[in-house]
Design a protein around this ligand. Structure first.
Ligand SMILES: Nc1ncnc2c1ncn2[C@@H]1O[C@H](COP(=O)(O)OP(=O)(O)OP(=O)(O)O)[C@@H](O)[C@H]1O
Ligand SMILES: [Mg+2]
Length: 372
């Protein structure tokens, strides 16, 4: 069983007082593909390098199956890694770079050739096999590095930004091929990326990190529909969630603008957030429906809020509208052409299940959706 389990794993680099990775725990199932997603410096590469054995673990335990691997040498872990900086061997042809780890083992020559051909075809590297790495472009070198990891029979595959240098078309093509390949061969895989589209397209679950801390580890749907905290709510989604501060009134949430002035009201059940004075609320741009004034009543118990169109852009297959509601600003996304011009009055219809509630101080999620 190639499960990969991290328990309370931390990394403090020598000379630093900060934890670059802070008590990260996650269990990756046999054959599961997960993405480590987060901004630059959040600890993604450090986490991968500890799993691969190129960095020591300051505290915590890493297991493959039931075996603790913390103290094993990289070569004893049977983990394949594609590095952020490629790390190819310049004097070796592409073919031999890809086959490198197989050439050191007991794999028969014909089998090595078969595997190198399969993986280089998959990554569009066929014509480059007889070249040397210094004569390749950055994107080609990156694919060689990826091929060198994927060609192996490893317990886990660690891919650090494996497609960051590729143009969008090739990236989309290879993403689909790589996902099929990994799923077919039940490869337990961690892919590092800061591109959420890539994370969601490639993986079964996504681990979102910020400042060394694991913020949430869940399916793409979990992250979108049930963000664990304000960080995930604001990090996932394009454009991100609209976020506001609200005061709890009797039977309504009074949303405040940046100066603390009431901007609009959302009805809720009396006593729904009893014991709380302030909350943060989040509304996903894709869940806001725009209608003309007077047309909104069809929404039943949905919140109906009047606003003014401040901007409206058609982006080829959907519209982004910026709406002013009192002193608040809200982005709404519609998958149709929104006709309303700048300055026109609209009514926003927001389904009750699209309103996310977070603790004002801790940022932790309190509820996803208001009671009907
Ligand atoms: N060898 C090192 N010595 C000291 N500090 C380091 C070292 N490597 C990384 N760090 C620090 O650890 C933190 C996390 O770095 P890491 O490389 O893991 O981030 P990352 O999420 O991979 O970022 P990026 O998306 O830019 O690659 C950063 O603050 C970085 O400065
Ligand atoms: Mg990195």
């Amino acid at each position: 069983m190639s499960t990969l389990t991290l328990t309370d794993v931390s990394k403090v680099y020598p000379g630093s007082s900060e934890r670059s990775v802070d008590d990260v725990s996650m269990a990756i199932k046999d054959g599961e593909i997960i993405a480590l997603l987060g901004s630059s410096g959040c600890g993604k590469t450090s986490t991968l390098r500890m799993v691969a054995g190129f960095e020591s673990v300051t505290s915590g335990t890493i297991r493959i199956g039931d075996t603790v691997i913390n103290r094993l040498k990289p070569s004893e872990r049977n983990v394949a890694m594609a590095f952020e900086g490629y790390a190819l061997y310049p004097p070796l042809k592409v073919r031999d770079n890809i086959a490198f780890s197989l050439l050191r083992g007991r794999t028969a020559k014909a089998e090595i050739d078969r595997r190198v051909k399969a993986v280089s075809d998959m990554l569009e590297l066929g014509p480059m096999l007889e070249k040397f790495p210094p004569n390749l472009s950055g994107g080609q070198q990156q694919r060689v590095s990826l091929a060198r990891a994927l060609v192996r029979d490893a317990s886990a595959y660690l891919l650090d930004e494996p497609m960051s240098q590729l143009e969008p078309q090739l990236r989309a093509l290879l993403r689909a091929r790589i996902k099929d390949h990994m799923t077919l061969h039940r490869m337990t895989t961690v892919i590092v990326t800061h591109d959420q589209t890539e994370a969601i397209a490639l993986s079964d679950r996504v681990a979102v990190m910020d400042k060394g801390l694991l913020q949430q580890f869940g399916t793409p749907e979990d992250l979108r529909e049930r963000p664990a905290n304000l960080f995930v709510a604001s990090f996932i989604g394009e454009p991100p969630m609209n976020l506001y501060t609200a005061e709890v009134g009797g039977g309504e949430l009074v949303v405040l603008d940046e100066r603390g002035t009431p901007a609009f009201r959302i009805p809720c059940q009396p006593g729904e957030f009893a014991g709380r004075r302030r909350l943060s609320i989040g509304i996903r741009p894709h869940r806001v429906h725009l209608g003309a004034p007077g047309n909104g009543a069809a929404g039943g118990s949905d919140a109906l809020i009047p606003g003014e169109v401040l901007s409206n852009h058609w982006l080829g297959d959907h519209s982004h509208a910026g709406i002013g509601i009192g002193g608040c600003f809200l982005i709404a996304v519609a998958d149709r052409h929104v006709e309303a011009g700048v300055g026109s009055q609209v009514v926003l219809r927001i389904p009750r299940d699209a309103i996310h509630i977070f603790d004002d101080e801790t940022g932790l999620a309190v509820a996803h959706g208001l009671s009907a």
